[in-house]
Design a binder for this molecule. Structure first.
Ligand SMILES: *[C@@H]1O[C@H](CO)[C@@H](O)[C@H](O)[C@H]1NC(C)=O
Ligand SMILES: *[C@@H]1O[C@H](CO)[C@@H](O)[C@H](O)[C@H]1NC(C)=O
Length: 267
């Protein structure tokens, strides 16, 4: 996806996003430099085109568009009728959601309620590809059967299938679209959006109304998978509101990221 970002950048403006006279200089630029979006022709290009390239050239792979998301991006979406494949990031986020505590699930649910129509539309399409039954529910088995239906050789040769077997064997009841929204969002990706701060504030307000509750520092530390060797009272004191012992905004955002033990290993 990064390479597609580089190629799209070159196709749009004729120069390279990262350049230097030596190879090591180029590598340094890839790691450290931000591509130039200020000079011509960038200001005259459509915001969708610029957004597409910027979101592929995000140095944090967790914030970069996935292949399915890129195909559904508004810059491309109107010009082709490609079938949007299942998005593997959703398998990962759903797995992380399922092994989360009820408190984190409530926090993610609050974020899901603030999503835009476009973001919900993408999630709706993904949900439909998982083949919900007539009452609008999927179970973990749907994750496997949906993928197996159109399994390519590349997928068979990769470790994707092991992962999908693992997800589909998780013991979890059933998921409707509302819960799927909470389970499928990627907090890293939302953070990469310009409006993340407002979105998180709005989600926190919703969480305050029904979801937030008093929590002990030790309990929060274990929610977040912090090791006992960390001085939790120092680290976490801003994450709990002193007035009522409930999660502060900072604690809420931290909780959204989840416990490290539950988070996904780098592929
Ligand atoms: C849909 O699936 C859920 C969960 O397995 C089940 O409870 C429900 O009865 C199913 N509905 C139909 C119409 O099959
Ligand atoms: C599998 O591929 C066929 C043909 O390309 C397509 O019609 C169908 O919708 C696909 N199924 C899924 C679950 O993506």
């Amino acid at each position: 996806m990064w390479s597609i970002g580089v190629i799209a950048y070159i196709l749009l403006c004729g120069s390279r996003p990262f350049w230097a006279r030596t190879e090591s200089g180029i590598f340094r630029a890839v790691l450290k430099a931000d591509p130039n979006f200020d000079e011509a022709p960038w200001p005259s290009l459509s915001t969708n085109a610029v957004d597409f390239v910027k979101r592929l050239l995000n140095k944090d792979y967790r914030k970069r568009l996935t292949a399915s998301q890129a195909l559904s991006h508004p810059w491309l979406a109107n010009y082709h009728d490609a079938r949007i494949p299942l998005d593997m990031i959703i398998y990962k986020t759903v797995k992380s959601y399922i092994c989360s505590s009820p408190l984190r699930k409530a926090a993610l649910g609050a974020v899901a309620k603030t999503l835009t129509v476009t973001e919900l539309g993408y999630l709706r399409d993904q949900f439909m590809s998982l083949g919900p039954n007539k009452s609008g529910f999927i179970t973990m088995q749907n994750f496997k059967s949906a993928l197996m239906k159109n399994c390519t050789d590349a997928v068979k040769d990769s470790r994707v299938l092991d992962f999908v077997h693992m997800v589909s064997s998780l013991q979890y009841k059933k998921i409707d679209f509302e819960e799927f929204g909470a389970a499928a969002i990627s907090i890293h990706q939302l953070e990469a959006m310009g409006n993340w701060e407002q979105l998180a504030r709005r989600a926190y307000d919703l969480f305050e109304k029904d979801g937030n509750r008093p929590i002990m520092i030790e309990e929060l530390a274990s929610e977040l998978g912090l090791s006992p060797s960390i001085p939790v009272h120092v680290v976490l004191q801003d994450w709990i509101r002193h007035a009522d012992g409930k999660l502060s905004f900072l604690g809420f955002v931290r909780l959204l990221h989840g416990a490290s033990s539950c988070s996904f290993q780098k592929a």
